[in-house]
Design a binder for this molecule. Sequence first.
Ligand code: G6P
Length: 367
Amino acid sequence: DAAMKNGFPHFMLKEIHEQPEALKNTILPRLVKGLPDFGDDGIPDTVLKQCSQVHIVACGTAMHAGMVARALMEPLLRIPVTVSIASEFRYDTPLIDSKTLVIIISQSGETIDTLAALRLAKACGAATLSVVNVKGSTIARESDYVLYTHAGPEIAVASTKAYSVQLAALYMVCCRMAFVRGNYDREEAGDFIKQLLDAIPAMEAMIEKRDEVKALVTHLINKPDAFFIGRGLDYAFSLEGALKLKEISYIHADAYAAGELKHGTIALITDQVPVIAIATQEKIFSKTVSNIREVKARGAFVILLTKEKSKIEPGIADVQINIPDIGDRFTVFPIAVVLQLIAYYASVGKDLDVDQPRNLAKSVTVE
Ligand code: G6P
């Protein structure tokens, strides 16, 4: 066990550190002349080109990777991109057909609801592409096309590196689709991939800053609740931040689209309630900042995650963690590291079983 942890106190921390390497392993072998090319993986361009909509289905953290992919893909590809929770989808009557590309995301490739969703998608005649980490797993075997992520084995129940490589794979699919569908020319697609690669050193930079994150969890670990807010892509990131925190620290955590707070949840914001605000998207930055002002005015303890170059008036954030100034669409990679470290140090700070949280299983193979 100690040998497998390679000097780290927990598998989760080890796996957080493995992310830059896992991203390289997932991205680099699939680049040909700087563009994503799935030749060996056998995902035909015709499928990526001809589909009229994308439907993403998964559970848990994998579903949250799907939420990020949706927010990335739809504005770029200009086709409907929908995300469903697998346990809902499987008993639904989804609007999918032979022109639908169904993307199934699963680290284990064995999650029973996700497998049932895959079978339903196939029965509806959709083309199915799975993004899977475990080689030869049931979902990988049963889907029409597979894009393996190369995270290596993930032992900690709380998923970290599997999430970031799922994202890397989905970003590559999105780029290839944009290229073959004409949303991007060769230069634009190449630039997208360059920016994706810039996310790797940005993740390393956040791993280096782990002591900053460790210091801030003192403001969380004695609190019953924490709220994560953001807009657009930042909202999709915050869903995973809240899940990570609750699953291993047992602090009740929820994510809200920042603008939705005032429709109810702001009633819960009182003195010193922690609010983790994510503001990395320039287009909506000032809007998120005004939501931060609203919670601050009610006494919230604000932990702000933003870019280095962001200009924030003093007094808005109690703690600020800056990520490098990479392209807005790629900030999920460094932000994910920060969110994972927040959850990790909160769990450690509460002296909990980081790698084996109560009631949870790594792979849910029964309904
Ligand atoms: C379990 C795990 C989660 C994971 C989810 C989906 O709930 O605890 O970390 O996100 O299953 O698993 P999958 O293997 O399909 O990605």
